[in-house]
Design a protein. Structure first.
Length: 436
């Protein structure tokens, strides 16, 4: 979900830096590049790009280090091209990209938390990959929420790099003890409420559910899918207006408020900033709660758990398709070689033998079922959910939704820990921030 410390200042620096970068990019386009092709076409080497021994540079944030390192290691071991990967602390990443853009010193490839991609595409930091992406035989099977987040003025600039989905985790052993069917997770928010309360009734140190109540990023990641599952939008197409005071949204808040009021939630939810949010469920004392899909492989082996889509108030299913997208910098002189890595990373072998083998979500819906996921039905459930998920688009996403001082967190806390009476007013504050 990324850090947004000082988001307004960083966005302004990005915009300023982009002016210099755009000028540099136009010079590269006019004079040609080592890759021999502009970013929009299929380029030299066709769909696969060039593998001619070029040394490439790549940046990623620390939050996705394991996945990035695994892909780069496998690529370097099987290609003439070699990638030098630099992992940057997540909290420093946006500032680092902005500074590099200003000094025309961006790497050949750089990834980004997908919710911040619109800031980079609109600032001209990525090369146009439209032709290259469309030429891929599996283009339609790529995670479309990431593709849409990286589309600006009709052109595509990024492809999926790592995917992290929000899903329900539920403790099957606690379900059995509560006389619930461990093979029937909730299919509506109403059922989620009923099942959480049934588990909570076991008493002792067992609790029904848990959530990050002082974490804006946790809220968008796990609450918004319940609104999407009802067939509603959270933001308008341009990301300049929110519908977070709709009747459906209020039903979601009301459910969480009921959990707080009736003490169904594990201790610490009110203060949880996200730093220890995912550490509660693995202890085996929580019935059902939304979690990042990437934590599945980190669960204790003796914890009997199931996964399910996040449902809406009356049914439906959705997920927040988070993670990182990746593109080629606008000033890279090795676009065709950089594309060789991107095309390879999305291919069958990389997606199955690297991504799926590490129990991560594959970037292609046609590979949802594969030799690794088929040994664990939970992975198939997660992979298939990509097609039902969304990635919100907003240039002011960070300052509005992730910033601990932003208006979304205020709305969350008023709606769940208060009486919910200020939702309309708080939604207006969200809209003001989005339009700022």
């Amino acid at each position: 979900m990324g850090s947004t410390a000082g988001p307004r200042g960083r966005i302004r620096r990005l915009a300023t830096a982009a002016l210099a970068l755009l000028a540099a990019a136009s010079m590269v386009t006019a004079c040609g590049s080592d890759g021999g092709s502009g970013g929009g076409g299929s380029g030299a080497g066709g769909v696969k790009g060039l593998d001619d021994g070029t040394k490439l540079t790549m940046w990623t944030r620390a939050a996705t280090r394991p996945q990035s390192e695994a892909l780069v290691k496998a690529y370097n071991a099987s290609h003439k091209n070699k990638i030098e990967l630099t992992v940057i602390p997540t909290d420093d990443y946006q500032a680092k990209v902005g500074a590099a853009a200003g000094s025309r010193d961006l790497p050949d490839l750089f990834a980004s938390d997908v919710v911040f991609v619109p800031n980079y595409t609109s600032s001209g930091l990525f090369a146009d990959l439209t032709g290259r992406i469309d030429a891929l035989p599996y283009a339609k099977n790529l995670a479309q929420s990431h593709i849409k987040a990286g589309t600006y003025e009709g052109k595509k600039y990024v492809v999926p790099h790592t995917l992290d989905l929000s899903v329900l985790f539920y403790n099957k052993e606690l379900y059995r003890r509560a006389k619930l069917d461990p093979e029937k997770p909730p299919t509506s928010l109403r059922e989620w409420d009923q099942q959480a309360r049934a588990v909570d009734a076991l008493g002792g140190d067992v609790n029904g559910t848990f959530f990050g109540g002082n974490c804006g990023g946790c809220g968008v990641f796990t609450w918004w899918p319940s609104i999407w599952a009802a067939g509603e939008d959270v933001l308008n197409k341009d990301g300049t207006e929110a519908q977070l005071s709709s009747d459906t949204a209020k039903k979601v808040y009301q459910t969480y408020r009921g959990w707080v009021k009736d003490d169904i939630v594990a201790p610490g939810a009110r203060e949880e900033t996200g730093t220890t949010w995912t550490g509660v469920f693995p202890k085996g004392k929580v019935g059902v709660m939304p979690m990042p899909s990437t934590t599945l492989g980190l669960m204790p082996k003796d914890l009997d758990l199931g996964v399910a889509p996040i449902p809406g108030p009356d049914g439906g299913k959705s997920t927040f398709v988070g993670g990182d997208a990746i593109g080629i910098s606008a000033t890279s002189k090795s676009a065709d070689q950089a594309w060789n890595f991107l095309a390879w990373s999305l291919g069958d072998k990389a997606q199955v033998d690297v991504v799926a083998a590490h129990k991560d979500v594959v970037a292609r819906t046609d590979l949802a079922s594969n030799k690794y996921s088929d040994t664990d039905p939970r992975l198939v459930t997660i992979n298939r959910l990509v097609a039902d998920g969304r990635t919100p688009y907003a240039l002011k996403f960070g300052q509005t939704f992730n910033d601990p001082n932003g208006p979304w967190l205020t709305l969350m806390r008023h709606a769940v820990f208060g009486d919910g009476g200020s939702v309309e007013k708080d939604n207006k504050a969200v809209n003001a921030s989005l339009a700022d």
